[in-house]
Design a protein around this ligand. Structure first.
Ligand code: KG4
Ligand code: ZN
Length: 338
């Protein structure tokens, strides 16, 4: 088989990433995470684009070096066109266009949300990818979507969040408890020591397969205000139980919608991705659904769940096989539907 080398670039939010793939195999996947945003408790777009500008060349050099590939061996360059922060997307887009022009090789544009789903097709030992049709659920700090996937490039969004993403729900709840950003992993950690039924939070009433998480944040805020008025040490004394109850509510929301999607489509192949896929609770709930409901579930390696260029590279390779190239007039797109 012919070896095609794809260089992929991802810069949609606050991670600058470059990867080199040989067909479906990842040779390198370098991610420069921008620590600068921590002190602000969230991503600051202006700082993100500036950091991308500083990081992009070293990150690409590292990806090529780690893959032990010379840029002259590259078959094509794939990049994230959108969706994402405009200032961030522009850096990766401009860089990819210039390099493809300089090397005189094909340029391939990639939709970031498609990439989160197609990350499941990255070669990973003897793991098999999900079979079509499957349901993809992308859950991260920026996204919450359920997608019906009939083929690599035949996808339909069945539902998505109307306000906050699920990762934001974790992070904002954590912030209300005084935990540092991003709080999701800490909520997960403390949950393991707490009682998920200690406190009850309302689940939003949203029709169909759409999500809403902003009401949960508000009810947690009022709950914590009320309790700390009675006992100023309430959060400190009950952190494990609060985290466990918040996480339980979020997982119930996700599992309810996923169950509804399975009922509506009759599809029991479930593939999840995004940073929140690292949550130990969601992993346990999916395992349980495999046993009790006969679902088949798939979770990629953590490094392919969070924002990364390897997932852009696999889409790049699949488009390369189809000859689906773009040209030098392509522009970044902040809003870009699947
Ligand atoms: O995919 P990602 O790295 O970046 C975005 O595209 O947003 O996802 C980051 C999000 C953050 O909200 C973070 O708190 C959440 O994923 N996260 C978790 C866990 N690990 C990361 N949330 C809950 N439990 C975890 N273990
Ligand atoms: Zn993402």
């Amino acid at each position: 088989d012919k070896k095609n080398y794809i260089l992929a670039i991802e810069s949609s939010c606050d991670d600058t990433s470059a990867a080199v793939l040989c067909n479906t195999k990842v040779l390198s996947n370098v991610v420069a995470t921008q620590e600068i945003h921590r002190q602000y408790g969230g991503v600051v777009p202006e700082l993100a684009s500036r950091a991308h500008q500083q990081n992009i060349v070293p990150v690409v050099h590292q990806a090529l070096a780690k893959a032990n590939i010379d840029k002259k061996q590259l078959s094509a360059i794939a990049f994230t066109r959108g969706p994402g922060l405009m200032g961030s997307l522009l850096v990766g887009t401009s860089f990819a266009k210039s390099l493809a022009l300089g090397l005189n090789i094909p340029l391939i544009e990639v939709n970031h949300m498609e990439a989160h789903i197609l990350a499941h097709f990255i070669e990973d030992g003897d793991k098999t990818p999900p079979k079509f049709p499957f349901l993809g659920m992308t859950i991260s700090g920026g996204h919450t979507q359920i997608v019906k996937v009939c083929d690599h490039f035949d996808m339909e969004i069945l539902g998505e969040t109307l306000d906050d993403a699920v990762g934001e729900a974790f992070d904002k709840s954590a912030k209300l408890m005084g935990l540092p950003y991003p709080g999701g992993p800490l909520v997960d950690k403390y949950s393991k020591l707490g009682n998920p039924n200690a406190f009850e939070f309302p689940k939003p009433k949203v029709d169909g397969l759409n999500f809403s998480f902003s009401g949960l944040k508000t009810s947690i805020l009022y709950f914590l205000q009320r309790e700390t008025q009675k006992n100023p040490a309430f959060v400190e004394e009950n952190i494990n139980d609060i985290c466990a109850s918040v996480q339980y509510t979020i997982l119930e929301i996700l599992m309810d919608k996923l169950t509804l999607a399975v009922e509506q489509t009759g599809i029991q192949e479930i593939a999840i991705g995004g940073g929140v896929a690292a949550n130990s609770g969601i992993r346990a709930r999916l395992k349980e659904a495999e046993e009790k409901m006969g679902w088949k579930t798939y979770i990629p390696k953590f490094e392919y769940c969070t924002d990364n260029a390897a997932m852009i590279g696999i889409v790049g390779y699949l488009k390369f096989l189809k000859g689906d190239f773009t040209n030098q007039s392509v522009a970044a797109k902040a809003r870009y539907a699947i």
